[in-house]
Each structure stands twice: as C-alpha cells, then as structure tokens.
Design a protein around this ligand. Structure first.
Ligand code: SAM
Length: 305
C-alpha cells in the first residue's frame, strides 16, 4: 500500500479493514482507537528516543504502531489475529525497524524474546492498548517474569486501573494491587472515554505508566510473597491469623507468632496490609520455613527474628 491511511479516521479504518476482508472481533477485544489526541498522548507518554526498543502488544490496525514507527523506534508489534498481523506487515513495510510478529502475548517467554529481538543494554519499553480480557493474566505473567521492561504505557479498563493503583483500605485493593506495586511504580496518566474507540467498548479506560521498582526480596522470598498474597486475598473477609492458619496450614499459635515477628496484629484483615508489610511477612515466613525445613503442619513456634 503506497499511501498510509489516517487510522484515526473511522472511515479510513473501515475501508482498510474491508480491503483485507476483516471485521472487529469482539472475542479478541478489538476496539480500535479512533481518537488522534489519545493516540498522540499515549505515544508521547512512552517518550521514545530514535532507535530505542519498544514492544506493542495488540497493534490491531496500527493506530499507535504507525505513530511510533514514524519516530524511528525499533518496534516489535505482537498481534494474535492472523488477518490483522498480515495487514499490518503490509502497512508497515516502509519502516525497516518495525517487525510484526503473529503470536499470543500470554504464551511468550518475554525475557527470552526481548534478548533475541533488541540489542543488549538499551532500554526496551512496552506500549499497549490492551485487550481487556488479557490484562490481568498478562500482568501476572509479567510480574512473574520480573517486569522486564524499562517503562510501560498501558491502557486498561478503568476498574482494572483502579485495582492496580488501589491503596490499603480501598475497596479494590487486592492481590493485583500488591503485586503491581511491589514490582512497579504505577501512576495513572489520563482517562480515555469509550467514545475514543470503534467499536465503542461500553466501558471507560485509563492509561497508566509503569516502571520497574527495585525489589526488596530475594527470588526465593518472592515465592513466599506470591503464596501469601494470593492465598490471603482468596479469603479477604478472614483475619490474617485465620487465613494464614488455613492456607498454609499453620497451627494458630505459629501463625500468630509469625505475624507478631512481622509487627502485624493477627486480627488485621489482608486488605489493610501495605506492600511493605506483605514483603516483611514473606521474608519472615520464608526464613522460618528454611530454618526449620518445615513441612506444613508442624506445630512449633518461631523465635522472633
Ligand atoms: N492497538 C490497537 C488500537 O489501539 O487501535 C488495537 C487495540 S485492541 C483493544 C487489542 C488488540 O489486541 C487487538 O488487535 C487484538 O486482536 C489483539 N489481541 C487480543 N488478544 C491478544 C493476545 N493474546 N496477544 C496479542 N494480541 C492480542
């Protein structure tokens, strides 16, 4: 295709899709951005330098992709839909630094892909108007992989963005908030109206910037952190004493002593604990289990650390 379309124009977007025999697939979360101002704000938030690496998940018809390609970014665009991936490869042919990969973002080994695709030692960023249905599973995966990006600019359904940035005591504070705030510094950048998309998704969206944070725990301690965070929020109405005793399972005296060592009152509920308190508790539990080569169910009581 010789002339590049204006993808912020619904008419041009529809014509382009029609030419390739494509239609928005609701099941793949295909809500295309048709608001030039939002596209510009997302790209500006990524603060790309020429030649810098950037990954886009779900480029769709290329609204954000084309804007980043024009900045001479070294861009890897990962699209699940074969039809869209083919169309994008045609569209982006004039940009030699852009690669389109047809793949499922949820099945990628991100650290390995980034190592293969970008020169070492240079920042790699992530930009995406994420399909809503993969937001949470993708984030869990990226956190498990230690969030291997230097900066991410991601669009989420408003409610997911609220969960990610919620503080202790907020109704939406949960395991996703704790993991997000342990692995990254996340900040809300701006809201995006449902009218900025075609077809309109029926929910409003929010764009977040996320940057990796220095991690306080060792890899082994982090395993305990994941176990604790996931299990206590499955039973958020229970006190920490009850949910730890049930989840691990620990005798109540042992659970109480571990909480006490972490300076946490056993009657508190999981949604009141800060990320730092979860980290401290994880370190104490990990060290206790290691020292005692503990099989869950032992009834000894730990010494305060
Ligand atoms: N970036 C485009 C835009 O802003 O107009 C499209 C965004 S649309 C919300 C999400 C895109 O993600 C769709 O193109 C969809 O096909 C793609 N997608 C859905 N699931 C995916 C997955 N698991 N891996 C990669 N891409 C996926």
């Amino acid at each position: 295709m010789s002339e590049l379309p204006n993808l912020a124009s619904p008419r041009e977007l529809m014509l382009l899709l029609e030419r390739y025999g494509l239609k928005p697939q609701h099941g793949l979360g295909q809500n295309f951005l048709i608001d030039g101002n939002t596209i510009r704000k997302i790209v500006a938030a990524a603060a790309l330098e020429p030649g810098e690496g950037v990954v886009e998940i779900g480029p769709g018809a290329g609204a954000i992709t084309l804007a980043m390609a024009r900045l001479q970014a070294r861009l890897l665009a990962i699209e699940l839909d074969r039809g869209l991936a083919g169309m994008l490869s045609d569209l982006l042919r004039p940009f030699p630094l852009v690669t389109v990969l047809q793949a499922d973002a949820l099945s990628i080994d991100w650290p390995a892909l980034l190592k293969r695709s970008f020169p070492p030692g240079r920042p790699v960023k992530l930009v995406s108007n994420l399909p809503y249905y993969i937001s949470a599973p993708l984030l869990y995966k990226l956190f498990q992989e230690k969030f291997p990006f230097d900066r991410a600019v991601l669009m989420f359904q408003k409610e997911v963005a609220q969960r990610l940035t919620a503080l202790p005591g907020d109704p939406s504070y949960g395991n996703l908030s704790v993991l997000c705030q342990y692995y990254t510094d996340a900040a809300i950048l701006f809201k995006v109206s449902r009218r900025a998309f075609w077809p309109s998704p029926g929910v409003d969206s929010v764009v977040l910037a996320m940057e990796p944070r220095p991690r306080e725990l060792t890899a082994a301690e982090e395993l305990a952190f994941w176990r604790i965070v996931r299990s206590v929020f499955q039973q958020r109405r229970k006190t920490l004493l009850n949910s730890l005793a049930l989840a691990f399972p620990y005798p109540r005296e042992l659970a109480a002593a571990l909480l006490d060592s972490a300076g946490i009152k056993p009657v508190r509920r999981p949604e009141t604990l800060s990320v730092g308190e979860f980290a401290t508790l994880s370190r104490i539990i990990y060290n206790y289990e290691r020292k005692n080569e503990r099989v869950a169910g032992d009834d000894d009581v730990p010494q305060p650390q």
